[in-house]
Design a protein around this ligand. Structure first.
Ligand code: C2E
Ligand code: MG
Ligand code: MG
Ligand code: MG
Length: 275
């Protein structure tokens, strides 16, 4: 009897696995179709100065404008794209939205910067720098207004190559931001060697700021950034108490639902954000 039950379980497990595989296969097909149809777009979250609370720039965040399911967040497609080698096609689509958008907004305010997120695969692609360079020149953008967000895990994936590519990007004049700071495994010597311009403190620390240990950690991270001449940016600020505390410890900029969610360009315009 025990044997029969085990057999049934195996069959069940097998069916579940097959369903999972079918789901992933279908998702991959529709992601590929979405890439072909240019269904991936960027939404833009304003980034504010802590002092004065005015817009200093935007972070471009990927969304999938799915024909049936509406606007989907990165959690629904980025992991599979990373796994199936499709992420650099996403980056290409996002960059081709973002660069013209920034050029357009520069007519409104030439001081605004635009941040976008990179994956390890992007900087492993030899054509990446050339493509970015020609887009920046074609749109007559000031390269220093383009910010590339990288994570500690991207650096660790292939440090040799990453440090070389980041060096070339810096000589092109674009800025680098270390994203999700504090959540990865990199050492302080990496932080020193990549010489990023901005430090983005991950939302998980902000969320728990009122706990003594996290408050100390936040203060230490902010001081670390300041002492390395980096602009310190807090992510995911949801209430005013958090913002006051971040001001006290010397964070320069923030983004968060307290002030603005990521939005489509037309919604930023309609909401009066671009005045
Ligand atoms: P991230 O780069 O750390 O982006 C910040 C995330 O925090 C965004 O989530 C944003 O919507 C969210 N956020 C901002 N303020 C608040 C807040 O006050 N409260 C809360 N709860 N969340 C807030 P999103 O858009 O879902 O993106 C998630 C992650 O997906 C990003 O984290 C980034 O790692 C990745 N991602 C997004 N777009 C791209 C892309 O174009 N390329 C790549 N490679 N990764 C991307
Ligand atoms: Mg980011
Ligand atoms: Mg981040
Ligand atoms: Mg984050």
């Amino acid at each position: 009897k025990a044997k029969a039950a085990q057999g049934a379980e195996l069959v069940y497990f097998d069916e579940e696995l097959q369903a999972e595989q079918r789901y992933r296969f279908t998702l991959e097909q529709s992601i590929r179709q979405g890439l072909d149809n240019q269904e991936f777009v960027a939404v833009y979250q304003p980034i504010f100065s802590v002092e004065g609370e005015c817009i200093v720039g935007f972070e471009a965040l990927a969304r999938w404008q799915h024909p049936e399911h509406g606007l989907l967040g990165p959690g629904e497609f980025i992991p599979l794209m990373e796994e199936r080698g499709l992420i650099s096609r996403l980056t290409e689509q996002i960059i081709s939205c973002v660069v013209p958008q920034l050029a357009h907004w520069h007519n409104i305010n030439p001081d605004w910067f635009m941040s976008l997120n990179l994956s390890a695969r992007d900087i492993q692609k030899p054509s990446f720098i050339d493509n970015l360079t020609s887009l920046i020149y074609a749109h007559k953008l000031a390269p220093e207004k383009v910010v590339l967000e990288i994570t500690e895990s991207l650096l660790l994936a292939d440090w040799q190559n990453a440090s070389q590519v980041l060096e070339s990007l810096k000589s092109l004049g674009v800025r680098l931001a270390l994203d999700d700071f504090g959540t990865g495994y990199s050492s302080l010597s990496y932080l020193h060697r990549i010489n990023a311009d901005k430090l983005k403190i991950d939302r998980s620390f902000i969320e728990h700021w009122s706990q003594t240990a996290d408050a100390r950690l936040l203060r230490t991270m902010a001081h670390l950034g300041q002492s390395m001449n980096m602009t310190v940016i807090a992510e995911g600020v949801e209430n005013r108490e958090e913002l006051v505390f971040l001001g006290e410890i010397g964070c320069h900029q923030y983004q968060g639902f307290l002030s603005a969610r990521p939005m489509l360009p037309e919604d930023l315009e309609a909401g009066g954000w671009l005045l």
